[in-house]
Design a protein around this ligand. Structure first.
Ligand code: PRP
Length: 214
């Protein structure tokens, strides 16, 4: 019997640069240079494995609905999408950062309803609700750090890596919402139907992660 066909959705951009070496260690190598090609779907050295290279925010959707059997996405985007529609069996420990709230440096604690700008609206809604805080959400897709200084918001929820973007915009990190890294997610039906191939890939990726950190 030939091995089941597997489509793996990878997040493009910076995460991809850290993802591909782990996949190479696991024996999966794209057939051409994914950084220069305009293609979205790539053959690999393995006849039964194809790689899709897409936006991170779309990876959970493709995996939940089964167009991709597996995917690699940041925990931030997985939390924002909702993590019930697929399995999350492996932490690749790459693209690590923190999802945090941030406010203008020295800002006084707000007494009532604060305005929070973010692209992570579901995460922010849940986090502030758990804190018992009333907020008004302002959805932005980028340059969030500008929102407080321009009077659009009192606080933001965003990814913090080095913290330089916050500092450069007069902001300071406040509450940690989640530690973020890239995770492998797997479609629930595929995990059953294509179990042998998926377990094999997961096992090899797990070894690659262990080797990198040993
Ligand atoms: C992220 C995030 C911050 C920045 C934080 O943006 O939105 O702007 O990185 O990094 P730092 O703490 O090291 O300064 P990214 O460049 O990933 O692009 P994005 O705006 O598309 O999220």
């Amino acid at each position: 019997m030939s091995a089941a066909n597997i489509v793996i959705a990878l997040t493009k951009g910076r995460i991809l640069e850290e993802t591909l070496p782990l996949f190479e260690q696991a024996g999966i190598v794209p057939g051409e240079d994914v950084f220069t090609s305009r293609k979205l779907l790539f053959d690999t050295n393995l006849d039964n494995v194809k790689l899709m290279i897409i936006r991170g925010s779309d990876v959970p959707t493709y995996v939940e609905f089964g167009s991709a059997d597996m995917g690699v996405a940041g925990k931030d985007l997985i939390l924002e999408y909702g993590d019930e529609g697929f399995y999350e069996p492996l932490d690749l420990k790459i693209a690590t950062c923190r999802l945090m709230t941030a406010e203008p440096i020295g800002a006084k604690p707000a007494r009532d309803r604060i305005k929070v700008a973010t692209k992570f609206t579901n995460i922010a809604k849940k986090f502030f609700a758990e804190q018992g805080k009333q907020i008004e959400l302002i959805k932005l897709n980028g340059a969030l750090e500008l929102a407080p200084s321009l009077g659009l918001a009192d606080a933001i929820v965003d990814i913090v890596d080095t913290g330089k973007t916050l500092t450069a915009n007069g902001l300071e990190p406040k509450d940690l919402i989640a530690e973020v890294s890239s995770r492998v997610i797997v479609n629930k039906a595929a995990m059953k139907i294509k179990n042998a191939v998926i377990r094999d890939i997961l096992g090899k990726l797990r070894k690659a992660v262990e080797n990198k950190h040993s």
